[in-house]
Design a protein around this ligand. Sequence first.
Ligand code: PMP
Length: 344
Amino acid sequence: MLSPSLPQVLQSSYHSPQLDVEVRLNTNESPLAPPDGFLRDVASRVVGSSLNRYPDRQARELRSRLGSLHGVGAEAVFVGNGSNEVLQAIFLAYGGPWRNVWIAAPTYGMYAQIAATTRTELLHGRRNRSGSVDAGLVDPDAELVVICDPNNPTGMVEPAELRSLPASRPNQFFVVDRAYHDFDLRQIPEWSGENVALVRTFSKALSLAGLRLGYVVADPAVIEVLYAIYLPYHLSALTQMVALTALDWYQELTAMVHMVTHERDLMGARLGSLGLAPYPSATNFILVDMGVNDAHTVWEQLVARSVLVRDASQWSGVGNALRVTIGTPEENTRFITTLEEVLG
Ligand code: PMP
C-alpha cells in the first residue's frame, strides 16, 4: 500500500481524548448549553429554508453581520468551520513548501500540525522568562508569525507592546489567534494592520463549540485570496443559519463570560491554597504546575474518579502541568475536592 506522504510528526497529532466522564474540563468549551429560546429560533429559521440549493457561497449576510462587530465590511471577513479550519485556509494561501512560520512554544498544538500538513517550515521561537513573547524575540526572517493571545495552554496575555510589531514589520504576515479574546478583561486596542489576520471562534465565549464556526478579520485583499483558494460552498447553509441566529442572541450567549472569569479567579486561589502553582489566566482555563506530584499520574487518578482535565505534561515546552477548563461552580468544586483527595 502507498504510505502517506505526510511528515512523521503527524503520527502524534493534536487530540484530547473524548472520554465518557461526569466532569469534562479538558477542551476549553463553555460549560453551559445555549438557551432553549435560541434553539427554537434556530429551528424556526431552518424550517422553510431551501436545503435543495447550495448555500450562499460568499456567506454575505453572515460576513456582513460579523464585520459590523469589528467595524469592517463583509469584504474583510472570511468564515469557516471553526477557527482550526480558517487557520488552515491561511496556511494554504500564505504558507507552503517555500514558506516558513514562526511560533513560540508552548502554544496551541494545531499551528505545528497545520504547518506540517501544509509543508510550511516551522521556526521555533523562544519566550521570555515569564512565558511571554517580547517583540525582540520574534524572528525577523520569519515570513508568517502566529501569535496566540491570550495563549493556550498558558492562559497568559502577550505584552500590550507586541501589538505595535506588525506596523514595524511590513514584510511579515501576523496571524493572531484570538480564540480567548472575550475572557481577557484588559481594555487595550485590538491588533490591527494590513499584515494582520485576526482569528476568532464561536466555540468558546459563545458556547457553540458544536457549531464549528470560526472567522478571520483581515485586509480585504487577504480575504479575497482566501476565498479564491478555498473549496466552494464549504460553509453549510445550516451553519450560516445557526451563526446568524447566534448573532441575534449575542448578549445572552456571552453572558456566561462573567461567571467563568469569576470562577477562574476562585479556582486559581483554590489551586494556590493546595500548594500548587497556577499560571495567571486571561482565558476560560488554568494551567497549573503540579510541583512534586507527577502530572500524568494525577491526570489518571482524576479520570478514574470521572473528572477529565488536560494532561499538559506531554505538550512541548510545558513541563509537569495540567490544564483545567473552567466549568460550572459545581464542576469546579468537584474538580478541586477530587484533586485534594488524589493529592492526599
Ligand atoms: N485556537 C486556539 C488557541 C484554541 O485553543 C482552539 C480550541 N482549543 C482553537 C483555536 C480551535 O477552535 P475551533 O473550535 O474554533 O476550531
